[in-house]
Design a protein around this ligand. Sequence first.
Ligand SMILES: Nc1ncnc2c1ncn2[C@@H]1O[C@H](COP(=O)(O)OP(=O)(O)O)[C@@H](O)[C@H]1O
Ligand SMILES: [Mg+2]
Length: 269
Amino acid sequence: MPNMMTSPTGANSHNAPGIMIAARDLFKSFGPLEVLRGVSLTLRKGDVTAVIGPSGSGKSTLLRCLNHLEVIDRGTLEIEGEALTAAGPDGTARYVPDAEVRRICRKMGMVFQSFNLFPHMTVLQNIIEAPMTVKGLARDAVVPKAEELLRKVGLLAKRDSFPARLSGGQKQRVAIARALAMEPDIMLFDEPTSALDPELTGEVLRTMRQLAEEHMTMLVVTHEMGFAREVANHVVFMDEGRILEEGSPEEVFGTPAHARTREFLAHML
Ligand SMILES: Nc1ncnc2c1ncn2[C@@H]1O[C@H](COP(=O)(O)OP(=O)(O)O)[C@@H](O)[C@H]1O
Ligand SMILES: [Mg+2]
């Protein structure tokens, strides 16, 4: 009888179908500060994973490493089965050529806490800019799509407004539409509601919930425990550069295994 437990590639085959993000044993330091200390994370198609944890635990750095806004020191990263990095002989991460990195990272859209809209462009221009300049699409081709996205986030009426005239919640919904305009397979959100007045978080969370219901694969760093609990199917608790525990929302919120998790949740809820 062959032993089903052993295979030359190990238990975690990186090329399994439906695996959108496979991060293995990521390490990242800023000078002497080790910020990621062996983080492994898998996202499958349609997963909505919430990353929670104290400030400074490395959540933003993890997201930024996934889409190459930061480079990892060690570990491997695969997006939809394509390697962004391979381990060199000394174990340090080596990236595939730049053009490949850019192509692969385009599969991921990102939404930041601070919106990062282009202030000198209208809402519509913000959305069509990347599809035109990065993908080389014609304006006529991208405008109807942009309008459809604006309708989806409830902001078609703001098409020709400048960001300064929008509320924070509206800006963030434009930022979501802008990311979606690149037709990503995965959406990364870094505390998308943390800069918002409390009365404006709901409209952004509703937009995100709608995306989740459409089966977008999402990785969401959030302090919104209600959202993590209700919308995510997987919750990851990070502490001091490591994933201390992860599981279903029921597991992590209901029966947290670690004292650190319990302590964090007691402060958040
Ligand atoms: N570019 C950087 N240079 C130096 N230190 C950084 C940089 N980015 C983040 N850090 C540090 O890394 C640690 C983790 O930061 P971060 O990933 O932003 O945590 P979180 O998002 O969980 O609050 C913090 O101590 C932060 O000050
Ligand atoms: Mg952060």
